[in-house]
Design a protein around this ligand. Structure first.
Ligand code: AKG
Length: 150
């Protein structure tokens, strides 16, 4: 077995159908089994966007010190133009997007409790996204990104 430790400035867990492992940022996550709560959310959100998601990445930001750096979700397992549904609970955090070829073009959205953000089409080809540190935020936040591994 091959095992390595990678520092992530948040906690992450991967849930999905049995054979749907996911590699990103130099790590490969094996899926935890679906639980009833996640299955319920997956089905409800799947109806809204008309997609049968088969996995979800859970990120837990303990407070504003936890963050996710600039990245794209352009892993080949997600297919060419992935539809990713991002559901948010807890603290409102800033979600930033910037052009990959011109970092000065930047947009930001506050992701409030209950917000559903859909990323789709060619967004992952031309835009990076991040959730930066916000040291004043003391509340916790959970983000679920429902995905389809092809
Ligand atoms: O926490 C968020 O809103 C973003 C999560 C994210 O970018 C990801 O899981 O790839």
């Amino acid at each position: 077995m091959y095992c390595k430790e990678v520092f992530l400035p948040r906690y992450s867990a991967w849930y999905g159908d049995n054979d749907k492992s996911y590699s990103y940022s130099g790590i490969t996550l094996q899926p935890n089994k679906w639980n009833n709560g996640l299955l319920f959310l997956k089905e409800q959100i799947g109806k809204i966007v008309n997609i049968n998601f088969n996995s979800v990445l859970m990120n837990w930001y303990r407070d504003g010190e936890d963050y996710i750096n600039w990245h794209t979700d352009a892993e080949k397992e997600l297919g060419k133009n992935p539809i990713i549904a991002s559901l948010n609970f807890g603290a409102t955090r800033r979600f930033l997007i910037r052009r990959s070829d011109d970092n000065s073009i930047k947009l930001q959205f506050p992701l409030k409790h209950g917000t559903l953000l859909i990323m789709k089409d060619d967004l992952q080809h031309f835009w990076q996204h991040s959730v930066p540190k916000e040291k004043k935020i003391k509340q916790t936040r959970i983000n679920l990104t429902f995905r389809t591994i092809v």
